[in-house]
Design a protein around this ligand. Sequence first.
Ligand SMILES: [Mn+2]
Length: 347
Amino acid sequence: MKIIHTADLHLDSVLETNLNSQIQRDRKRELLANFERLVDYANKHSVDRIIIAGDLFDSSRISQKSKAFIVDVINANPNIDFLYVTGNHEEDSFINNINTIPENLKTFSKKFETYSYSDCDITGINYTDKYDFTDLNLKEDRVNILIIHGDINTNLHASFLKDRYIDYVALGHIHKYTRGNIDDRTEYVYPGCLEGRGFDECGEKGFSLIEVIGNKIKSEFVPFAQRVLHEVIVDISDCENFVDVKRLVLLKCDDIKEKDMIKVRLVGKYNLDIFKQNEMLSDLLNEKYYFAKIIDDSTLKINPRDYENDISLKGEFIRNVLKSNLSEEDKNQVIEFGIKALMKEDL
Ligand SMILES: [Mn+2]
């Protein structure tokens, strides 16, 4: 039998601020529905335990609707054990708000507790700022999984987990899939969040699929997010006009799935002849992809020598800014805004 290790679902969380309200509502629902998709995966792939290593909910304010949905899914799947430790975000608020805790929802406390299965022992502890490991006594001859929420570099220092006969530390807290070794026997895994919520959570998201084979643990990352968030950086320095910019952006996004979400960041120094139509570009991307936004960090390419003998108002303006006492960064900004204003006025 296999075990799913997930964490940081952050249900009921506030999403990426740029999403319109309809998309925000849809995404919230998708995040919640993901939990049921995960259980469907478990049923199809002989998984009989799901470890949730904290931050199932985003805060202690949990909506009745979301809570009921999770409890209903757990109750509807008595063949699967859900082993859940709390994280720093929701603390006890989920457990404390359930009238009757389902029998297959295995909860923990602020002391280490162990559930014994035929293939391994699963021990866990609810979130606290300062974990006390003095009471952690695992059996050397058992395959041991420890569920805990925290940062391996701070409140959960790796040295605490060393030489304790742990085979797999099922962590939560870091939202990107990460694995490493603590000693010859002990491996730790952060599965990352199950779905990216904003552009600070870009890239493939999913869970860790564990299999106990004899006295060894094998695990692999399984991509599972409904939509992946991407940040695409496009250097437009070599573009000659806006059609070029558009083509380059589309080319850079070419292998992204249409159901995904994209943030395009324009960088580089652009030609004075380019008249940007970022909103048009944004419309184009939003037609093709589920959601797209454009951040324009490109700056005007100005070669002062080109304007030494330019007698136009533009030349005069640029020369004046360049010999001013402004910082280089401010000079660039003033020139950019000034030129744009001059161009708009068709001077
Ligand atoms: Mn988290």
